[in-house]
Design a protein around this ligand. Structure first.
Ligand SMILES: Cc1cc2nc3c(=O)[nH]c(=O)nc-3n(C[C@H](O)[C@H](O)[C@H](O)COP(=O)(O)OP(=O)(O)OC[C@H]3O[C@@H](n4cnc5c(N)ncnc54)[C@H](O)[C@@H]3O)c2cc1C
Ligand SMILES: NC(=O)c1ccc[n+]([C@@H]2O[C@H](COP(=O)([O-])OP(=O)(O)OC[C@H]3O[C@@H](n4cnc5c(N)ncnc54)[C@H](O)[C@@H]3O)[C@@H](O)[C@H]2O)c1
Length: 518
């Protein structure tokens, strides 16, 4: 059921119609009590709000909490579950499952370290999912209606719709606003595929409700969702077939980085097919997939099929036409200050961003608070936004990639090191991976970096900090890092840069000085 078609209230005994709240266990009931309490009494709107926020995912929550904290009168409207994709059907449940999958990986490699364990037989998929649901419920008070109420935010549940440029309607109530924020996020985009209307398939909204491991899982799409979940399910025991359209997995990353990840995924059992086209599905006892690859026809039977083929913005039923807010397939159009084509209405997060990440939604929302309420001039395009895909190894990136630099004709010097040269990585058996940093040609100004490593997501922040605050690679080289750590690899790139400054002329000066002072 498309989100906009879902019922807004639930009959007795049903905690929610949302697929992500199945199964009806104590963890999911706790989650729903926090993020969509059945007995919620909405406030009676009185007077005009400084800010009405539509959508209580990361962008909406940050905008509402931040504005209320600064003294604004704020309303927050959510039609499904507060916390949005990240808490309910995105980052949180996926990383919960990935953590379990990494345990399997560690156990499988035990004998390399002289520790013999058996991995496969011991996997209890139902328990893995229950752990994830319990942890998700544990995290959910942060995003709860009660917490936001305590922060001074008026929380409403229901489908929000603009009436005019000063009014939003929700569940029969009309809220007046000075400024509004559209933070309605995105949902899974499903390509049109022959036979799909006759097959039950999974998306990120339903996959985290599984309680039984699909023996054979087909995953369509080899972006971050496809790769993270394909590898995790494979490690948990599914036979996974991954069908990607691009020539390599994680097409937004440089080919050398994604090649390392593809090799690890293959090692972990994922059958990767790149450059696929003409996918067709046929229902039956199993779901039959056929596709073309290098002009050859292929076939595989799977028990469940997961679509991870990108996102579609939630622009429907908001009545955006009535308020002159322009949108297209990519979402709501905004200027550099996150203002839509209606000057009183702003947008933040996945609904308007090419960077669909929780931390990007967070920082866009912070910019909106300044720009909408305090005449701020914060440009969201100035944000330096890193990201990390949580495969094993992880791939983290910030700024320009090599192929972007080439496309944009920007001269760069690249410094790189493989983890085969890093003592800590060697000792931990984690040598698959690399770190590369790009600097503006003939300078140490960092313009981008990619790290492939088990904890690349933790490591990239050193580079993001340097880029955000204008610290050059030379400065990283002169910063003491503890030995042995994997971040030392970044420091060594600083050394590499500093050595380039030792030109033959400078070296000859040093030699003359040393000879003279002997
Ligand atoms: C499987 C998966 C894994 C991910 N993993 C990561 C990760 O590890 N790290 C990371 O940074 N990002 C990750 N992401 C991306 C991240 O979840 C999103 O970028 C983030 O949730 C965007 O936040 P948002 O507030 O813009 O939108 P959302 O979280 O989508 O929130 C929008 C909210 O608006 C509500 N809404 C929509 N229309 C209306 C309406 N008309 N009225 C009222 N309410 C409405 C929706 O119900 C929803 O709750 C992942 C995404 C997925 C799907
Ligand atoms: N770790 C993270 O930060 C993280 C994790 C998961 C998701 N996300 C966010 O969620 C967004 C959505 O993730 P995603 O992986 O769905 O999107 P994506 O757009 O990054 O990747 C989708 C992939 O599916 C492919 N595809 C589309 N139609 C296809 C078809 N018919 N057959 C085969 N392949 C097809 C596309 O070519 C593309 O490579 C990401 O852009 C990312 O911003 C982030």
């Amino acid at each position: 059921m498309a989100p906009q078609d879902r019922p807004q209230s639930f009959p007795d005994g049903v905690i929610s119609r949302l697929p992500q709240t199945s199964p009806n266990d104590s963890a999911n009931r706790r989650l729903v009590e926090n993020v969509h309490p059945a007995d919620w009494k909405p406030p009676q709107p009185s007077g005009r709000y400084n800010l009405v926020v539509i959508g209580a995912g990361t962008a909406g929550l940050v905008a509402a909490a931040g504005a209320a904290g600064l003294g604004a009168k704020v309303a927050l409207i959510e039609r499904d579950l507060m916390g949005g994709d990240c808490l309910n059907v995105g980052c949180v449940p996926s990383k919960g499952i990935i953590s379990a999958a990494r345990m399997v990986l560690q156990q499988r490699r035990g004998s390399e370290f002289g520790i013999n364990t058996s991995a496969h037989e011991a996997i209890d998929f139902a328990a893995v999912m229950q752990r994830m649901r319990t942890l998700r419920a544990e995290i959910s008070p942060n995003d709860s209606a009660e917490r936001f109420c305590k922060l001074g935010v008026d929380v409403y549940f229901g489908q929000a719709q603009f009436v005019d440029s000063q009014t939003v309607q929700v569940d029969g109530q009309r809220l007046k606003f000075k400024k509004a924020v559209i933070a309605t996020g995105a949902r899974a985009a499903i390509p049109s595929i022959a036979g799909l209307d006759r097959v039950d398939y999974l998306t990120n909204e339903s996959v985290f409700s599984l309680t039984k491991l699909p023996p054979r899982l087909g995953v369509v799409g080899s972006g971050p969702i496809g790769c993270e979940l394909a590898q995790a399910f494979s490690l948990l025991g599914s036979q996974v077939t991954l069908l990607g359209r691009s020539p390599h997995v994680l097409p937004k990353e440089d080919a050398d980085a994604s090649t390392i990840v593809a090799k690890a995924m293959t090692r972990d059992g994922v059958r990767i097919h790149n450059g696929t086209s003409n996918l067709q599905v046929k229902p039956g006892e199993a779901i039959s997939l056929t596709w073309s690859e290098n002009e050859i026809s292929h076939q595989a039977d799977v028990d469940q099929l997961l679509f991870a083929t990108g996102r579609r913005p939630n622009v429907e039923h908001l009545n955006l036409e009535a308020v002159g807010v322009h949108y297209n397939e990519q979402g709501v159009q905004v200027n550099d200050r996150l203002q839509t084509t209606n000057r009183n209405i702003f947008a933040a997060g996945d609904i308007c961003s090419p960077y669909q990440f929780t931390h990007a939604a967070d920082f866009m929302a912070r910019a909106v608070i300044q720009n909408a309420l305090f005449f701020g001039r914060k440009r969201w395009t100035d944000l330096i936004i890193p990201w990390c895909t949580y495969t094993s190894p992880e791939v983290a990136h910030v700024g320009l990639s090599e192929h972007q630099a080439k496309e944009q004709g920007r001269g760069i010097d690249t410094y790189s090191q493989h983890f085969t040269e890093n003592d800590r990585a060697i000792l931990a058996g984690e040598t698959e991976g690399l770190v590369k940093v790009h600097v503006k040609k003939n300078t140490d100004k960092i313009v981008g970096a990619t790290i492939v490593a088990p904890h690349a997501g933790e490591m990239i922040s050193e580079i993001t900090l340097a880029m955000t605050h204008g610290l050059g690679l030379g400065k990283i080289g002169s910063t003491i890092h503890p030995y042995p750590t994997q971040t030392e690899a970044i420091r060594k790139l600083g050394d590499q840069y500093n050595r380039t400054r030792l030109t033959p002329f400078v070296k000859s000066l040093f030699e003359r000085w040393l000879t003279w002072s002997r």
